[in-house]
Ligand binder design. Structure first.
Ligand code: G1P
Length: 903
């Protein structure tokens, strides 16, 4: 079984997807409609945690629940056929030779299922889409063709349960909240407007209406089943609904009102006499509104085939335009896979991390890491709004260097945790710098560092170790100075605070404490004594990187900076204290306590060169400390970095009586940060290949099997080995491993890490997912938690900036390709189309001598056929030159690769 990719945009077709478990597909829009749909039209639709139109589903409900977007057809007044295969009799034949053939055709935000029944003599097509134009509705076009040689009488009845409330009520007050339902029929559908909402927000007046409407150019429903219980009948269910087995349908008319029951989008159309080969068509709109009027406005304009088709085409076009990166390599399957990978960060921006069937944790929103990592992909595709987005995100940093963890739905909206749950993830300070640095290189906008924003304030203080009891929610969630004015500092100041405070927060081995966890959320049981060497290494590289940005500002004549005076204590000339764990802790405590409730508001002026020296000194100290203390070797002769200390204060990695213990994260960040020496790069790859690489599950696993439920490190050890954070191929880290290897010029190995993942994911027999990259691959090789993963952003950025080596350097465009010989096509070319500096560029690499990256270098550049000579280096095009190219047209940049060796 597999799917077949069609065209260049990632559209695909697949036979009998209903024979595979766990498949779901996203349908959504930027107005907040989030649907998931399975091959038999299960899944759900919601706008947020408290507004589910269809009953909320987790992965297992996808198969075991009877609620779905079911469409029935009664044929000649007798047989009942479910267009989605969800009747008891069709289910019973599913695994026999009488199974009805089903075909899926799908692409970005559109999904069509075709089902044929020779026995019934009908073909059904169900096309689903959520309009990109922003109406809060999911649409379905129903088409039934009479494929027999006889006339048939066909009658369509929809049976779509309307849950119409908060996911919290799926178990908690499920029945009582049905009593809140007020159900109404109109001349084209059924609406539910609950009187109140009962959920964690308390008992509130409800302001959301839900509805299912239907019709076509000439017909409206002839009647309704607005109440679920009436439709399924005594002893029936949604796959054997008693109402349809009664000899005469007992439907309600328009303007019928009732309440207190589970509601059903049960729309009954008049029977039609359908000639052989003739098709009947209806459109169903399942929508949301802020009022009944708003609901009808969102839905009713779509109830014709013409309106549906227009929406279908517009939506396809919209998302095609949005995914504006495309590749042409020697492997067209890879190029089309990359279309889906590029689309995934857009899905994550809409769905957050909670609203597809596997993602059944959390109540919506995105986390701190996601905010910053989703920007990486945006920087590649739509850099326009990113500047403001970054500035706004910095408003989530606290003055103690930690950050808000509850992120509101509006950009720059951060919320204090009313339950006062204190949790500090030690890696959170890493990501803002990485994204800001990429932004600066892609745009040349160093000035962003000098822009200002406020700091987040809540009751948590001293990096989560204390509470600021003086703070009251009424004061607002922004830090104030002693004059009670909102305090603002530069983005540079925010970054310095995040990275410097971390530098001082060390444990007993003088690495940064892991606190609540690091990137691996499941390393959450080492709060007291645990340390993350892996991310300590990355903080060093951030400190170094900050120094580099300061040097670049210096080169522009900006050599003095205004910083909050409180920061001075974190900038010490005395490097001897770096070895002194207690002194470090004291310095951090002194800093944090000074600003526990408010800051002075006084600024000091500091010279850039002094800052640079300080930051570099700290970075250097960390690099050396890790190099000297954390390289481990196993008795079978392999070497790699230990990345963790557990809550008992012990080194985690190395030989152990239960077997070798190695973690991929530790290698990724020691490589990426430059802590690992060039010789160690090779050693690490060898060790990772020996202990972590499993081709059959998609490449590099997150860790070896510790054979221990390690209660002094994290809940991950409670997961069975090979699953999620315990030893799965976790895409995000596997991709970052690839990125780190490319950064260290290990092109072949970097490619190997990315390729293994692609190769596995796109082999449907093994991965069992639609095109794209899942959060992880489980022990059996199945891709799980599809679509919503930070791995997609990193994959895209790595392919463009490392594999293709097309990246900004302080705004200029540079070319450092690391494409392997095998990645070029039959004409020895590989190309990428993307936006840079507001211009559409197609960059074509030519490798006529079929060289490998170690032996080629950029030899000549032409732009639109004209040779380009940069004032600087062969492999740079200056930004001014790109900006001088006309807008709104594609510019062809051809780059010859030739010669010997890397420069
Ligand atoms: C998920 C989380 C991410 C976390 C990771 C490891 O990864 O979203 O924040 O770091 O698990 O615990 P993702 O969904 O990005 O693949």
């Amino acid at each position: 079984m597999k799917y077949e990719l069609l065209g260049e945009q990632g559209d695909f077709i697949m036979e009998n997807p209903d024979l595979v478990s766990g498949l779901y597909f996203p349908l959504a829009n930027e107005a907040g409609v989030m649907s998931s749909i399975s091959p038999d039209l299960g899944g759900d639709s919601k706008m947020d945690q408290n507004s589910f139109l269809l009953p909320p589903v987790s992965i297992d409900n996808l198969h075991n629940d009877r609620s779905s977007r079911n469409i029935w057809c009664r044929i000649n007044g007798k047989e009942l056929w479910s267009l989605t295969g969800r009747s008891a009799w069709q289910q019973a034949k599913k695994f026999s030779r009488y199974k009805e053939p089903v075909v899926l055709e799908a692409g970005f935000m559109h999904h069509k299922i075709t089902r044929i029944s020779e026995e019934i003599g009908c073909k059904a097509e169900l096309s689903s889409v959520v309009p990109a134009t922003g109406e809060t509705v999911e649409l379905m076009k129903i088409q039934i063709q009479n494929i027999s040689n006889e006339y048939k009488n066909l009658q369509v009845i929809t049976a779509i349960p309307m849950y119409a409330r908060s996911a919290d009520n799926i178990r908690d007050h499920r029945h009582v909240t049905a009593l809140l339902h007020r159900i109404k029929t109109t001349d084209c559908g059924v609406m539910v407007t609950p009187t109140m909402t009962f959920d964690e927000r308390g008992h509130k007046r409800n302001d959301r209406s839900y509805g299912v409407f239907g019709g076509n150019e000439t017909q409206k429903p002839m009647g309704y089943y607005p109440v679920l219980g009436d439709f399924i009948g005594e002893g029936g269910n949604l796959e054997t609904p008693r109402a349809l087995f009664e000899s005469c349908l007992d439907v309600k008319g328009a303007n019928y009102e009732t309440g207190g029951y589970e509601a059903l989008g049960g729309l009954c159309f008049s029977e039609c006499r359908v000639a052989p080969q003739e098709t009947i068509t209806y459109v169903i709109a399942m929508g949301y509104g802020k009022s009944e009027k708003d609901l009808m406005e969102n839905c009713c304009g779509f109830l014709s085939e013409a309106a549906f088709d227009r929406c279908w085409n517009e939506t396809k076009e919209y998302w095609k335009e949005k995914v504006n990166v495309s590749l042409q390599t020697g492997d067209s399957e890879f190029d089309r896979f990359m279309k889906w990978v590029s689309f995934q960060p857009m899905l994550r921006r809409i769905y957050g991390c909670s609203f597809l069937p596997h993602h059944d944790y959390g109540k919506g929103g995105r986390g701190w890491r996601d905010l910053w990592q989703d920007c990486l992909a945006l920087l590649m595709m739509n850099p326009g709004g990113v500047r403001q987005m970054l500035l706004d995100h910095f408003g989530g940093v606290r003055f103690d260097g930690t950050n808000a963890t509850i992120i509101g739905s509006g950009q720059g909206e951060f919320i204090a945790d009313r339950n006062n749950i204190t949790r500090v993830w030690m890696d959170h300070g890493i990501w803002p710098f990485l994204t800001t640095e990429l932004y600066i290189h892609q745009t040349g906008d160093l000035g962003i560092l000098l822009e200002s924003n406020s700091y987040f304030k809540d009751m948590q203080a001293v990096r989560g170790e204390e509470k600021d009891t003086l703070w009251k929610p009424e004061e607002g969630e922004r830090l104030k100075d002693k004059e009670n004015h909102i305090y603002t500092g530069t983005i540079l100041e925010h970054l310095l605070i995040q990275n410097l405070t971390s530098f001082y927060e060390v444990g007993e081995h003088n690495h940064i404490r892991i606190r609540g966890a690091d990137w691996n959320d499941a390393l959450d049981l080492a709060n007291e004594r645990g340390e993350s060497v892996a991310f300590t290494a990355m903080y060093a590289s951030n400190l170094d990187g900050l120094a580099a940005l300061l040097a670049a500002l210096g080169a522009q004549g900006i050599n003095e900076f205004q910083l909050a005076e409180e920061i001075l204590v974190l900038l010490t000339e005395d490097e001897t204290i770096y070895d002194d764990i207690n002194r470090k802790k004291e310095i951090l405590a002194e800093y944090c306590k000074k600003s526990i409730h408010q800051v002075s508001g006084e600024k000091m002026t500091i010279r850039g060169d002094r800052l640079q020296k300080d930051l570099k000194g700290k970075a250097e100290w960390i690099y050396n400390h890790i190099r000297e203390t954390e390289w481990v070797t196993s008795k079978d002769g392999h070497g790699w970095y230990n990345g963790y200390y557990d809550n008992s204060g012990n080194k985690v990695e190395g030989d152990h009586e239960t077997g070798v213990r190695m973690m991929l994260t530790s290698q990724v960040f020691t490589l990426m940060s430059g802590t690992a020496t060039d010789d160690q790069v090779r050693e690490i790859v060898k060790s990772a290949n020996a202990y972590l690489y499993r081709r059959e599950v998609g490449g590099y696993r997150l860790n070896t099997d510790f054979h221990e439920v390690k209660m002094d490190l994290g809940r991950m050890f409670g997961f069975a080995y090979g699953h999620k954070e315990n030893g799965a191929v976790f895409s995000h880290m596997a991709v970052m491993f690839g990125n780190a290897l490319y950064r260290r010029q290990a092109s072949k190995e970097g490619y190997g890490a990315l390729f293994a993942l692609f190769d596995h994911c796109s082999d449907f027999e093994k991965s069992r997912i639609y095109p794209g990259i899942p959060e992880y691959i489980d022990a059996s090789g199945r891709g799980v938690y599809h679509y919503l993963t930070g791995a997609a952003s990193w994959y895209l950025v790595t392919v463009l900036t490392q594999m293709f080596g097309i990246r900004g350097y302080y705004g200029n465009l540079t070319f450092r390709p690391q494409l392997l010989k095998e990645q070029f096509d039959e004409n020895n070319q590989a190309s990428a189309s993307l936006e840079f500096a507001g211009r559409s560029l197609k960059i074509i690499y030519k490798n006529p001598d079929q060289l490998e990256p170690e032996t080629y270098q950029v030899h000549g550049i032409t732009i639109n056929g004209v040779s380009y000579q940069s004032g600087r280096q062969d492999s740079i095009i200056e930004r001014e030159h790109i900006i001088s190219l006309p807008e709104h047209q594609l510019h062809i940049i051809e780059i010859s690769l030739n010669g010997t060796g890397r420069d």
